[in-house]
Write a protein that binds this ligand. Sequence first.
Ligand SMILES: Nc1ncnc2c1ncn2[C@@H]1O[C@H](COP(=O)(O)OP(=O)(O)OP(=O)(O)O)[C@@H](O)[C@H]1O
Ligand SMILES: [Mg+2]
Ligand SMILES: [Zn+2]
Length: 331
Amino acid sequence: MAYDKRFYEQAENEIKQRRLRSESSLAARTEEAERLIPEIAEIKNQLSRTSIELSKLIIRRDKDFRSNFDKIKEQNLQGQQMIKELLKSKGFPENYLEPSYYCELCRDTGFRGTERCECFTRLLNKLAVEALNAEANMPDCDFEHFSLSYYKDVTDANGMDCYKKMSENLSFCMEYAESFSLRSPSLFFLGKTGVGKTHLSLSIAKRVAEQGFTVAYGSLLNYLIKIEKEHFGRAEDPDSDTMQTLVNADLLILDDLGSEFRTGFYESALYNIINSRINLRLPTIISSNLSADELQRNYNDRIISRIFGVFTALMFVGEDIRTVKRLKGEI
Ligand SMILES: Nc1ncnc2c1ncn2[C@@H]1O[C@H](COP(=O)(O)OP(=O)(O)OP(=O)(O)O)[C@@H](O)[C@H]1O
Ligand SMILES: [Mg+2]
Ligand SMILES: [Zn+2]
């Protein structure tokens, strides 16, 4: 089983709730429309009588079947049309009494034929991601709490105007989050410690998640530890599959590349995550405080060529804001 059992139960339950919500909202709309336009109830009675007749016809299936069938079908269509006209004449949308589903593909059953609908698998992954995210909580890491004041009058070793650079990064990230889609580019945040890489990546995560996307965010090291435990059968939860959950998230944020110790297992797990997501063309954001040189030295070419070839790099610059805040007594 690819996902934890409890996620299946939760997903089934959620789909059932969606179905109940769509049924009860239709019932409420029907009640309202029939109260304001009593003719609708009459037509619907008529329609249900014709559908009984229709089933009788099908059972009998005599020589007049075809012509009678067509006649009843015609009456049916006329009835439906009359309801639409009545609704329109009273200012309702003409499809007011048609059910509206959360997922039109499966009509909120979770199945298409005998296959699980994609809304169900999306829900499963969303639940798995939420459980993972719960472990990496960073409050106040959002665009509102990101201040450019920390970069004012700061130049980096190469004489770069940090304020200007970070204003550009902030605008880029806000725009990225606002217009996020499954085809958004992958990003690579580079820069020294404490300059806001995690803060801005989590700000994107929040905004993108608010739009209904499934966003997994966490430290790469924590993810790798989990994946290793699961691989060697030492996971607390025998059904969890962190690798699959990360690969399938709409947006994945791998924080702090370079903080993990290097082992063959970690390296191949990292490669698998990055490569699978590139193949699925799903966006990933990676942050690291290693320099480009250090990255080249520490990771094999398969990983480096993918990151530098596919990801859009953003240089983060400035003072270590952690230290600045600590000196000011803010943290
Ligand atoms: N522009 C900013 N405005 C307000 N707070 C900030 C800003 N940038 C960073 N911070 C805060 O400073 C601290 C360090 O920032 P962050 O964790 O984003 O650094 P980082 O670049 O990810 O560093 P590291 O490489 O060590 O992981 C965090 O508490 C963060 O919320
Ligand atoms: Mg960080
Ligand atoms: Zn569906």
